[in-house]
Design a protein around this ligand. Sequence first.
Ligand SMILES: [Zn+2]
Ligand SMILES: [Zn+2]
Length: 301
Amino acid sequence: GRHVIGETLQQLPYVYCHGSSQRRLCSVSQRLQQSAQLSTFLLELKTIVEVCMKSRAGSFAIPPPQYYSQLISEMETLGWDKIIFLDTNIQTLKLKAEDSSGRQHTLSIKLKSKHPAEAPECSADLPVPLNLTWTPQSSLELLHSQFLLLLESLAEFWDVLDEIDQKTWILEPEKPSRSDTVRRVAIGSNVSIRVEVDPRHPKMLPECCLLGAEHVVAPLRNKLNANMHIIECGICYSYRLGTAIPDQVCNDPRCGQPFHQACLYEWLRVLPSSRKSFSLMFGECPYCSKPITVKMVTQAV
Ligand SMILES: [Zn+2]
Ligand SMILES: [Zn+2]
């Protein structure tokens, strides 16, 4: 009996497995010689075969030749200069993309063996989900252009963060990635401020939190609140706009955000949720979303 099983085992590497599994089976052959009981051995064998089958199923099925010809033409249309990485199986690609501020980004693409019928898996270092649409008629070039559009929608966010990174002493994260929305900035000995920028509204007042001993932080917090709510317009972040000062204040006491009349009017004017009645514009406060009203701007500031 052992002899027959032994012979079958010699065939197994070619039947079920490839590569490294072959070595495993050689040692299984030896185990057979050493096993006192056939049942113990068969149980061992069963486990080995299961492992082999599983590792084979997990790997990429070899795609048909059209897969490669399709991809080569897609890469040609895209432009070879945009491909910064390609693995030997032509399954994983990394494409480079530059936004309008000259920042470099990478789009990682993992192709399926049924490409282009099946959508590839894409990933990138972004603060928002990477939602790229794919149809069987799509191509790498289309993915790349969608990615560029997404990068442009985030350009303002990265401008704000780049400015923070250049002008302040960042404590955390040590090496900010493009997906990081939070910075902890040193503002004195043992005091820091945690700033979180909204990727979709980067010019809005960021969420701020002072960190440090309470007796040191408390006066700073008061100053910060005073500066945020009294001096700056919540839209243009300045005090003076021509001769105007931010005299339009949100009526919600917890918000109390001031705005320039012209800034608030412009803000509300383009929002579909706002409505106009006579010389008044009704809408929502850009900060707290409570109702806010502003008089129409009749003359240029
Ligand atoms: Zn303003
Ligand atoms: Zn408000």
